[in-house]
Ligand binder design. Structure first.
Ligand code: PHE
Length: 477
């Protein structure tokens, strides 16, 4: 069968539940279980966390509604959808350019995302082998990696980082799975993956969180995560928190425009978006409450950075009853979350290739999957052979960061806020008001609140945070 793009009917979600599962799957990912604890730890806990939650509900949620609105109205890839909304609203078609910014952002993010997910895959292997060892020794409930010293366990991360071939193999495997799912399309690829993996994720999350509450130091973790020391809330910390809120909700890179474009029937965007925002934030906070009690119970440093989850936790699982099993399940949980997010990231450029370049899904996903894989290789080499490379070394903000952190930081601190800013101005000021009302299903009080947030608060707050965060000297400090 020869299907030319444009002549076949565009795919779509089979139901509203399917859309919600896929969107929650996109939102809940490494951002929640790896990036959030890392950043909360690095940025001093409470003040960062509370500012982050504020960003989610005052800025993120209105943007979730806006992105889904654009996609649902446009029924096309990110660029095509924005163009359609602009047309229907009598606005300039050139607005669609910010869709391109999103496509580029998603493409860059998936490149390093897959590398980090590769570390997770490696730990699934390490912990899985250990658990099998425990089983065969007839001690299924023993701790993890028993008999290994703390140095040896933490050294495993260093060994992995020093081994480009191993990093590459993991990155390849993860990107391969992502590509495989995206190439199968919406119904039998992305939707199917989300409907299998997301319920599995939630069962694991709740199980491990309950376990953590029993064995960890919950009091200290709660104090760390929720007692604000406002003096720690510098412009850079605010910029990081905003970037994290956007990243975690999959905003600013047209992820939700793209997923929203596969909604066929009607859907009240308010309740749907609230569900996504609550689920995402809930998972981030539960992850914090799962990880920090364990970190404090064994007296480790919460500000360890990107290696926190990988170096701290395997060691912590050693002393815990059933640690071998729980440790293994913990990394499976992260891996599951990562897959449903990485497919949403790769879907953004893939849909763009299909919609704007007229490519087949296969060609498009393969092209962008391979491209992201290659950029990911540069990221992973930044931990060993290219460890001196500073991609944006001229910019004080990125003067000290390796390749992966630079791509992560640049997308998170620059591209995402910019994408969010354009989305807010476009939907808040340019989109036709009747169209917005009809397609979002919002009315009355909530419509008024949403309009205020998207037209005024989002542009002002995101703009201010961008400027002060990126150019720290500007406040004279
Ligand atoms: N939200 C995902 C996470 O938290 C990452 C992501 C960003 C996915 C942007 C899609 C688009 O891991």
């Amino acid at each position: 069968m020869v299907a030319t793009a444009g002549t076949t009917e565009r795919e779509g979600w089979s139901s509203r539940t399917a859309f919600i599962l896929a969107a929650v799957g996109a939102a809940v990912g490494l951002g929640n279980v790896w990036r959030f604890p890392t950043l909360a730890g690095e940025n001093g806990g409470g003040a960062f966390v509370l500012f982050y939650v504020g960003c989610v509900f005052l800025l993120g949620l209105p943007l979730v509604i806006s992105e889904i609105f654009i996609g649902r109205t446009g029924q096309n890839d990110a660029v095509g959808s924005i163009r359609k909304v602009a047309e229907k609203s009598g606005a300039a078609k050139s607005w669609s350019a910010f869709g391109l910014l999103g496509v580029a952002g998603a493409f860059l993010i998936v490149s390093f995302y897959s590398v980090v997910a590769g570390w997770v895959l490696y730990y699934v292997g390490v912990m899985g082998a250990d658990f099998v060892g425990a089983l065969t020794a007839g001690e299924p409930l023993r701790g993890a990696l028993v008999g290994e010293s703390q140095e040896a366990i933490q050294g495993r991360m260093g060994d992995l980082f020093a081994n480009p071939a191993l990093l590459l193999a993991m990155h390849l495997a993860f990107m391969g799975v992502t590509l495989f799912i995206v190439a199968r399309g919406i119904g039998s690829g992305i939707e199917k993956a989300a409907t299998i993996l997301m319920p599995m994720f939630f069962v694991l999350l709740i199980g491990i969180a309950i376990y953590g509450a029993f064995v960890g130091n919950m009091g200290e973790a709660v104090a760390f995560l929720f007692t604000p020391d406002w003096s720690k809330l510098t412009p850079q910390v605010m910029n990081t928190a905003l970037g994290q809120a956007l990243f975690s909700l999959s905003l600013g890179v047209a992820g939700l425009i793209t997923y929203g474009s596969y909604i066929k029937g009607s859907a009240g965007l308010g309740p749907t978006s609230v569900t996504i925002a609550f689920a995402d934030t809930g998972v981030a906070l539960i992850s914090g409450l799962m990880i920090f009690p364990i970190v404090f119970a064994v007296g480790l440093d919460p500000a360890a950075g990107p290696t926190l989850v990988f170096q701290t936790l395997p060691f912590a699982f050693q002393t815990m009853p059933g640690g071998a099993l729980i440790g293994f399940l913990f990394f499976v949980l992260i891996l599951v979350a990562a897959v449903t997010s990485s497919i949403s990231l790769l879907e953004v450029p893939t849909a763009w290739g299909i919609g704007e370049l007229g490519w087949s899904r296969r060609k498009s996903s393969l092209t962008f999957g391979t491209g992201a894989f290659l950029i990911g290789i540069a990221c992973l080499l930044g931990y060993n052979v290219w460890s001196d490379v500073r991609l944006l070394g001229f910019w004080p903000l990125f003067a000290e960061t390796d390749i992966l952190d630079t791509v992560d930081g640049f997308t998170g601190k620059v591209m995402l806020p910019l994408g969010a800013l354009f989305t807010a101005v476009f939907v808040g000021w340019k989109a036709d008001r009747n169209l917005v009302e009809e397609m979002t299903g919002l009315s009355g009080f909530w419509l008024g609140i949403w309009r205020f947030l998207i037209a005024w608060l989002c542009p002002l707050a995101v703009g201010a945070i961008l400027v002060t965060g990126l150019f720290p000297g500007i406040l004279g400090g």
